[in-house]
Design a protein around this ligand. Structure first.
Ligand code: UDP
Length: 375
């Protein structure tokens, strides 16, 4: 290879950095990915039977507060006006998620007004005496009280993370807002939507530059020995894998999707239905056609995917960093090793072992380029 820059991983981080290097430095970039497609976990494909765009690795909704991130991606795609909404099923009844006034009123069969919610929740959470919540369970109870926690968070979280919510970071639950109104948008960000003509086109256009070459089905570890000394490497694969797991594995959750073509025009009336009960084996059902209400589905059928959360093991796809204390200690060892490598940078959800959303991954990649690429 005769490139000055090698990007490992053609996901949202790798594509952002490749584009910035090609445009800002005017130097040749090689992007490799061991999968046979670009876009990383944002990849989508068309279901042949229905023509519906299916997100191959779970539903990916783009949302951001950052105009800069939005403006950057808008160069490569239009977005539709979709705003994400989630419904959750608990004991055969359906509720808004995140928890809002409909969830509370319907769950307790009452009819509080917004200004009454705070005292209502306080009367419940005060019983618990949690002054300084230290973990996901304590944080949830302090926000919504024990009953709502046990109904909507405990079972889902146990299925998702397969560990005691007391062992998980409080920040996982603060990803979800808690509302005193009937507002049911999942995200409050100003900029939201799905790529108008699909995720595939977005990433194709990001990599469509005369200085960028993309090679798929290429494993970094197989061509590592061919990399010239002076080539800069931007690695967005798993951090521990790079160092051959020398300090042990960083723990991840993996996912399995069970796809079905349902013989009805609309299966659940919403793109994502969560299942809070512990005895339902999946965490949620995705129904992709609802992400693009502007598209016409003439098939009379719809595609769904049941999402099952799994313990990650080598050879499977890592999705969510578990991030226990043990992981954090290990991470520090790996980050120390990484800091010693001058011409290799570790980026993205896998490379930094961070629970990045798509926009945060783009933002971090843009900021990395601001710092590292001479202007
Ligand atoms: N969560 C929950 N119940 C729900 C949805 C989410 O308890 O119905 C918790 C769960 O611990 C989950 C976390 O909130 O891991 C973050 O949820 P989010 O929807 O942000 O997860 P993602 O879409 O990234 O899988």
């Amino acid at each position: 290879m005769n490139h000055a820059h090698l990007i490992v991983g053609a996901g949202i981080t790798g594509c952002t950095i490749a584009r910035r290097i090609a445009e800002d430095l005017g130097e040749k970039v090689l992007v490799i990915d061991k999968r046979d497609h670009i876009g990383g976990n944002c990849h989508s494909h068309i279901n042949a039977e229905t023509g519906i765009e299916v997100h191959s690795y779970g539903t990916h909704i783009f949302h951001t507060k950052e105009k800069r991130v939005w403006d950057f991606l808008k160069r490569f795609t239009e977005f539709n006006s979709y705003r994400h909404k989630v419904v959750t099923t608990y004991q055969g009844r359906t509720f808004h998620m995140p928890v809002n006034l409909q969830t509370i009123n319907s769950f307790f069969r009452i009819s509080l007004k917004p200004h009454e919610v705070e005292d209502f929740i306080k009367s419940k959470s005060e019983l618990e005496n949690i002054t300084n919540p230290q973990n996901l369970e304590e944080k949830s109870i302090s926000l919504i009280g024990r009953e709502l926690y046990e109904a909507f968070v405990k079972g889902y979280t146990l299925k998702q993370w397969e560990c005691d919510p007391k062992e998980l970071e409080a920040s996982i639950i603060t990803r979800l807002p808690f509302r005193h109104t009937y507002e049911c948008d999942y995200f409050t960000d100003r900029y939201q939507g799905l790529p108008w003509d699909g995720y595939g086109k977005l990433f194709e256009r990001m990599l469509d530059h005369e200085l960028i070459e993309t090679r798929l089905s290429s494993d970094f570890f197989e061509l590592k020995h061919e990399i010239p000394q002076d080539c800069k490497v931007y690695y967005s694969g798993p951090l521990d894998r790079y160092f051959n797991y020398c300090h042990g594995e960083l723990k991840w959750r993996s996912l399995r999707f069970e796809y079905r073509v349902e013989d009805v025009p609309d299966y659940q009336g919403t793109p994502v239905m969560n299942y809070a009960d512990i005895d339902v084996p999946y965490t949620r059902i995705h129904e992709y056609q609802h992400l693009h209400p502007e598209r016409e589905n003439k098939s009379g059928k719809t595609v769904t995917a049941r999402e099952f959360s799994l313990k990650w093991k080598q050879g499977e796809e890592p999705y969510y960093p578990v991030n226990t204390n043990e992981d954090r200690n290990r991470l520090e060892l790996y980050l120390n090793d990484a800091a010693k490598l001058n011409s290799t940078h570790f980026l993205g959800r896998l490379g930094q072992y961070k629970y990045y959303d798509m926009d945060k991954a783009v933002q971090a990649a843009l900021e990395f380029c601001d710092e590292q690429l001479p202007s």
